[in-house]
Design a protein around this ligand. Structure first.
Ligand SMILES: C[S@@+](CC[C@H](N)C(=O)[O-])C[C@H]1O[C@@H](n2cnc3c(N)ncnc32)[C@H](O)[C@@H]1O
Ligand SMILES: O=C1c2ccc(O)cc2O[C@@H](O)[C@@H]1c1ccc(O)cc1
Length: 365
């Protein structure tokens, strides 16, 4: 028994544990606040104003550039205080007239919100924090307890899949595809490291390639390579090709156009194992004319809790639940990739981490 127990029978160490547990719980309840603060400063274009100014900017100067009502200047300061705490800005002091004022500079994460740069990830922030990506979470209890095999999105929307929602809301499909294209730019940097993966190919089909963000980068690097962007007709129907880059509409669950290689970037994690198996089997058929020279190139998350750091593991596990809620999809661990790839009839594969939190998995028939 802890002799330092106080009048209500709890020891000081038990009290300390209780208070730390309380802080941990409340912190997690309010994790969304930082996300929404990030969305707010993205929408305001704070990163662009500071970037264009070329040096740290005081709050009063920033508020003036943003044309905020004077009553909102204090709120802007408090938004930047939280985001500075979370690594999105660096605070310094500048003389504004006779007064010293807090001034803010960008950090590497907020530089990814500069809309004029090719590394701009604002569309990912906008789409991921759009009501259509969040509302379904309020149906989690109903989804868990109902005796139906449907996605949380379907539970929350009377049976409509997220893809059908997008296809019925042109503004949202555009927002989604802009996000995918934004993420694809990170692949341009990775392409330098994994150039060899695309060398010696005559043709490639980018399955679920959206508006061609990745294929355009591959086409620039390999102009002789015939690149086919294969996606839903609603996505590619109005897109025009250019020389060796073309767009084809169809359904990857029915068939995939033949090519030397199939690219599956951020595709398989949208689907459960049965559906992913079907996509991999159709991909194997698509490369069959190339014999042993054909390959499938998967770019997706591979969860590796032995080597990833805590923040990276949490991002991958976050994405796992987002895929579950939206699509009944999943992020896969190495052993799950191994099982899926072999069940689809492939003989061997290699996994190489790229683009920060994704991996490139080369799969051979
Ligand atoms: C998460 S996005 C990935 C886009 C792109 N690969 C990238 O990484 O930027 C998934 C893509 O799969 C497409 N898709 C969904 N169902 C499909 C189907 N049945 N056949 C072909 N494409 C499909 C969607 O339209 C979307 O463009
Ligand atoms: O980032 C998003 C994402 C990424 C990859 C994927 O296959 C699906 C995704 O859907 C969401 O998780 C998220 C997103 C949602 C909506 C949107 O307009 C953009 C991104």
């Amino acid at each position: 028994m802890d002799l330092s127990a106080n009048s209500n029978g709890t020891s000081s160490s038990e009290e300390s544990e209780l208070y730390h547990a309380q802080i941990h719980l409340y912190k997690h309840v309010y994790n969304w606040v930082s996300s929404m603060a990030l969305k707010a400063v993205m929408e305001l274009g704070v990163a662009d104003v500071i970037h264009n100014h070329g040096k740290p900017l005081t709050i009063s100067h920033l508020a003036s550039e943003l044309k905020l009502h004077p009553s909102k200047v204090g709120a802007l300061h408090r938004f930047l205080r939280l985001l500075t705490h979370n690594g999105f800005f660096a605070k310094t002091k500048l003389l504004e007239g006779q007064e010293e004022e807090d001034a803010y500079a960008l950090t590497p994460p907020s530089k990814l919100l500069i809309k004029s740069k090719p590394t701009n990830l604002s569309p990912i922030v906008k789409g991921s924090l759009h009501w259509s990506s969040l509302n379904m979470w309020h149906s989690s209890e109903k989804w868990f307890t109902e005796d139906k095999e449907q996605t949380m999105h379907e539970t929350s929307s009377g049976g409509q899949s997220f893809w059908d929602f997008l296809n019925n809301n042109p503004d949202c499909i555009a927002m989604f595809q802009e996000a995918m294209a934004a993420d694809s730019y990170m692949f341009k940097i990775a392409l330098k490291e994994c150039r060899h993966v695309f060398e010696n190919l005559g043709s490639i089909v980018d399955v679920g390639g959206g508006t061609g963000g990745v294929s355009k980068l591959i086409h620039q690097e390999f102009p002789q390579l015939k690149c086919t962007v294969f996606d839903q007709p609603e996505v590619v129907g109005n897109l025009k090709g250019d020389g060796n880059l073309n767009f084809v509409g169809g359904d990857m669950f029915k068939s995939i156009p033949s090519a030397d290689a199939v690219l599956l970037k951020w595709i398989l994690h949208d689907w459960n194992d049965e559906q992913a198996l079907k996509i991999l089997k159709n991909s194997k058929e698509a490369i069959s004319e190339r014999g042993k020279e054909g390959k499938v190139i998967i770019i997706d998350i591979s969860i590796d809790e032995t080597s990833d750091d805590k923040e990276l593991i949490e991002l991958k596990l976050d994405y796992d639940l987002v895929m579950l809620a939206m699509f009944n999809g999943k992020e896969r661990e190495k052993k799950e990739w191994d099982k899926l790839i072999h069940e689809a009839g492939y003989s061997r594969y290699t996994i190489t981490p790229i683009c920060g939190f994704k991996s490139l998995i080369e799969v051979y028939p």
